[in-house]
Design a protein around this ligand. Structure first.
Ligand SMILES: Nc1ncnc2c1ncn2[C@@H]1O[C@H](COP(=O)(O)OP(=O)(O)OP(=O)(O)O)[C@@H](O)[C@H]1O
Ligand SMILES: [Mg+2]
Length: 359
């Protein structure tokens, strides 16, 4: 039986937020730029944009934040408002079905307000077109009536700052992308940065943790603060129920073994895919659908849920001939690659069988 039949988003290493995350995230969010860990480049650029606007006493340029789920886009948008001492209005692309919905929001903005539009790539086309004009000219045309009798009533808007967030910047139409004065690309976090995130959250949650314990959780968090915070909460449960509540490296490792998150952040599904690839197909190449049948999952689940992280970690490569395990995959599962493997199918971007000398 598949452990993911219900919803892959339920996995403990899912980057998207579940109900519990939403409840605690507000408490764990850094409130000011200085408390925001990592993303040095975005932070510096943004700090200049905000400081310059503050000095001029005007609303800063519109800001687009793009990057994978759980890296801090919503957090940064709230920080932007806080740093500007401005109120923030929060909405999302899917919540804006009609241009009228957007007109209602825009026309009620106050001067200098920050409008946070999450999942901006999922807005409807008519709303998008209204947004173009609002962003550029601080004006919208509200259409009253239908058919030949319809008239456009122009409406002036106060200067505001739009902060858009998207996990799919590539899906944004160029005219929309071009209207942002600043785009911040969020990157996955380095282990040392995540370790600081874990420490900070542990402080806020009143959890006693030592540096090695925090490093252990960070190493399993797939470069994502949301996952780090979630793993910390599970480790805290374990430490409290089975021990004295203090999180050490042993406690963190044992707790996360219970939750089947391994030392590199792979969960059960990731490992099942890798194991099938190595043990059943000798490391590949094997077709996606065959691999999916072997682990008892849908092809889409393997392709969209498991593979992106395996590829990112350099454990699996997608090639025209099929999926191939890298040398790192064999090492990670503690297996020795069969000697006849690896002929010919080495994609340039991946370390497959180590260097020529190693072979
Ligand atoms: N740089 C950071 N420092 C400390 N905590 C962070 C940082 N970035 C994110 N977090 C924490 O990670 C959690 C998720 O962040 P956030 O909700 O901002 O992600 P997101 O990019 O908006 O995700 P999504 O794409 O799912 O909306 C929050 O609880 C936040 O406290
Ligand atoms: Mg968000």
């Amino acid at each position: 039986m598949s452990p993911y039949e219900s919803d892959p988003a339920d996995r403990i290493v899912a980057a998207s937020a579940d109900g519990e995350d939403q409840a605690v995230e507000a408490a764990l969010r850094p409130k000011l730029l200085d408390e925001f860990i990592g993303q040095e480049r975005v932070r510096e650029q943004l700090s200049l944009v905000l400081q310059a606007a503050r000095q001029r006493g005007t609303a800063p340029d519109h800001v687009l934040l793009s990057g994978p789920p759980g890296l801090g886009k919503t957090t940064l948008s709230m920080i932007i408002a806080a740093e500007l001492n401005a109120p923030i209005r929060i909405t999302s692309g899917p919540a804006i079905q009609h241009a009228g919905d957007l007109a209602a929001i825009l026309s009620s903005l106050t001067e200098g307000e920050v409008l946070f539009l999450d999942e901006i790539h999922r807005m409807s086309r008519p709303a998008e077109e209204m947004l173009y004009m609002a962003m550029e000219d601080f004006r919208v045309d509200v259409i009253v009536g239908k058919g030949p009798g319809a008239t456009a009533i122009p409406l002036e808007l106060p200067p505001f700052t739009l902060v858009g967030a998207t996990t799919r910047a590539g899906l944004l139409p160029p005219p929309l992308r071009d209207r942002f004065g600043f785009t911040g690309h969020m990157e996955f976090y380095a282990p040392a940065e995540l370790q600081r995130v874990v420490h900070r959250s542990a402080d806020l949650l009143d959890v006693e943790i030592d540096p090695a314990g925090a490093a252990e959780i960070a190493g399993r968090s797939r470069g994502t603060p949301r996952i780090a915070n979630r793993l910390l909460r599970r480790v805290r449960d374990f430490a409290q129920v089975r021990h004295d509540g203090v999180v050490t490296v042993e406690i963190a490792a044992r707790a996360l073994d219970v939750y089947e998150v391994d030392a590199r952040g792979l969960d059960r599904l990731d490992r099942a895919v890798l194991e099938a690839l190595l043990k059943l197909f000798g490391g590949g190449p094997v077709g996606l659908s065959t691999l999916a049948v072997a682990v008892g999952e849908e092809s889409e689940t393997v392709e969209e849920v498991a593979e992106p992280f395996l590829v990112r970690e350099g454990l699996l490569a997608r090639t025209p001939r099929g999926r191939i395990a890298t040398a790192a995959a064999w090492r990670h599962l503690g297996l020795t690659p069969p000697p006849q493997q690896g002929r010919g199918a080495v994609p340039a971007q991946a370390e497959l069988w180590g260097s020529a000398e190693e072979r």
